[in-house]
Write a protein that binds this ligand. Structure first.
Ligand SMILES: Cc1cc2nc3c(=O)[nH]c(=O)nc-3n(C[C@H](O)[C@H](O)[C@H](O)COP(=O)(O)OP(=O)(O)OC[C@H]3O[C@@H](n4cnc5c(N)ncnc54)[C@H](O)[C@@H]3O)c2cc1C
Ligand code: FES
Length: 251
């Protein structure tokens, strides 16, 4: 058993921060944990949640409440928590480079720990933080403090630039060459990032499709790629975005 250290803390509308003491100490940006949301069989399946931050054997996660499982997780009491992880393959870490990170909604969560590790490796980070409106922004100061260049976009203009991340991306890539682009968010957004960027710029995405077991057994998370079918839970969730057959992604 792992240990939930805090009462889940409301960070912004529907978004909660949980701190969990794990047995493990090695966590790689882009990895996730699989949480049992209740003590009974409803819901039956564990819920996959990305690692938002890690320090020693303690990780933080940000959970956006969208259904029964995440609602139960947001109401957990400090104490024992049934967690499997860390699971999955993470992002490629660039050293002393210049990169662009784009997060959409709760897809910003795995990119914080990624940015933290990139910064320790001397890499410069431009960060585009995209959300529906200002009420969904979580941990803005933490992101802003770490990034070399930080831009917020909201659909309704309630904070930062009015519009979507893609508009800012076009601007950024027209004036600068990035060594790598990382993205996590809704599939249409990630597909658009691939379409817009130069073929020579590597793009990595973390997919957040439906998972079943989370450990490679049920094939419930399969995605179609140029290299054949891949199980997002063990072959990913981070993929070279150009290998994904986006028109076959269940959007
Ligand atoms: C690798 C990975 C990392 C993730 N990281 C995070 C994270 O850091 N924070 C976070 O809040 N969420 C994250 N998610 C998404 C999270 O797992 C789902 O939101 C959660 O499982 C939903 O469970 P639920 O019981 O609350 O909702 P359900 O009752 O299962 O579903 C409620 C509604 O949401 C839809 N839905 C459920 N799961 C998904 C999904 N994966 N994608 C799109 N729509 C969905 C359903 O169709 C339904 O309409 C991640 C998913 C994956 C695969
Ligand atoms: S979720 Fe079961 S194989 Fe990936």
């Amino acid at each position: 058993m792992s240990l939930l250290l805090n009462q889940p803390e409301l960070l912004s509308k529907d978004h909660y921060l949980l701190k969990i003491e794990m047995k493990e100490t090695d966590f790689y940006p882009g990895q996730f944990i699989n949480i049992k949301a209740s003590h009974n069989t409803d819901p039956l399946l564990r819920r996959p949640i990305s690692i938002f931050d890690a320090e020693g054997n303690t990780i933080s996660i940000v959970v956006r409440v969208i259904g029964k499982g995440t609602e139960l997780i947001s109401c957990m009491k400090p104490g024992d928590i049934d967690v499997i992880g860390p699971l999955g393959k993470g992002f490629t870490i660039e050293k002393n480079k210049n990169v662009l990170l784009i997060g959409g909604g709760v897809g910003n969560a795995p990119l914080y720990y990624l940015m933290k590790i990139l910064k320790t490796e001397g890499t410069k980070v431009t960060y585009i933080y995209s959300v529906k409106n200002k009420y969904f922004i979580f941990e803005k100061n933490k992101y802003q403090t770490l990034a070399d260049d930080f831009i917020i976009t909201t659909d309704d203009g309630s904070e930062g630039i009015k519009g979507i991340a893609i508009d800012v991306l076009k601007d950024k890539i027209s004036s600068k060459n990035y060594d790598r682009i990382y993205c996590c968010g809704p599939d249409p957004m990630m597909e658009k990032v691939v379409q817009l960027t130069d073929i020579n710029t590597p793009v990595e995405v973390s997919v957040e499709n439906y998972f079943g077991c989370g450990i490679g057994i049920c094939v419930g998370c399969t995605i179609d790629t140029v290299e054949g079918y891949k199980r997002a839970c063990i072959d990913g969730p981070v993929f070279d975005a150009r290998t994904i057959l986006w028109d076959k992604m269940p959007m």
